[in-house]
Structure formats: structure tokens, C-alpha cells
Design a protein around this ligand. Structure first.
Ligand code: FE
Length: 129
């Protein structure tokens, strides 16, 4: 996230948004803005506005975090190995700015079998087709 001015993000983001996006934090389940959100539209990066996920791929995972079967485009996110908690997970970042979004697991539904488990705090929804 070298290209983003962290001081200005401190001003613009809530403390939780900052913690999740810049410090790889995780919001508490069932507390975020979007885990139970069902409108049609696009979820963009909270930091840079880059389009990340479409509502058509959102599904009820029961985890309390917004869950998607795929990003809006393959190149819209970056996936990185994450060993922070003594387990191997795959971290998901915004491909445009590097903001932390969440993790991807291989226990999702068809058609991809993937579960992109994403923090509401990393996202900004906009309605649309
Ligand atoms: Fe971004």
C-alpha cells in the first residue's frame, strides 16, 4: 500500500476500517454493514473505489461476513499466502491499492467451490446492474 497516504486514510476511514484495510484486521462476525445485505449492485474497495465483488456472486455462508464465490474479475483481487495465525490461509487484497479484504477458502458452493470471506469494513456498496 505504498501509493496510499496513510495520514489521509486515518482521517477518511473509521478506526475499524483502517485496522481491517491497513493492518489486516478482522471485524467481529455478524457486526458488519454487509453480511446480511441483499441489494443488487457492486461492492468496491473502501480505500480506493476499485470494483471488487458483484452481488450476483454473494451468498449466505452463515459465517457473519459477506461471502462471495468469486471476485468481479479475476484481476480485481490479489491472493497471498498468510501464515499469521500458525495456519495457512490465503489472504485477499485489492489488486489496485493493496488494501486487506479478507481470506479465500476452498469450502464454498458451486460453481467455483470458493468462499471469499470479506470484511464489510473493506467494502463500499453501490446499487446498480
Ligand atoms: Fe483498493
Amino acid at each position: 500500500m505504498e501509493t496510499i497516504d496513510k495520514a489521509s486514510l486515518r482521517q477518511r476511514l473509521t478506526p475499524l476500517q483502517y485496522h481491517v484495510c491497513l493492518e489486516e484486521g478482522t471485524e467481529r462476525p455478524f457486526t458488519g454493514e454487509y453480511w446480511n445485505h441483499h441489494e443488487a449492485g457492486v461492492y468496491a474497495c473502501r480505500v480506493c473505489g476499485h470494483d471488487l465483488f458483484a452481488s450476483a456472486t454473494k451468498y449466505e455462508s452463515g459465517t457473519g461476513w459477506p461471502s462471495f464465490t468469486a471476485p468481479i474479475a479475476e484481476e480485481s483481487v490479489l491472493e497471498k499466502e498468510d501464515r499469521n495465525l500458525f495456519m495457512r490461509r490465503t489472504e485477499v487484497e485489492c489488486a489496485n491499492c493493496g488494501a486487506h479484504l479478507g481470506h479465500v477458502f476452498d469450502d464454498g458452493p458451486r460453481p467455483t467451490g470458493l468462499r471469499y470471506c470479506i470484511n464489510s469494513a473493506s467494502l463500499q456498496f453501490r446499487q446498480g446492474p
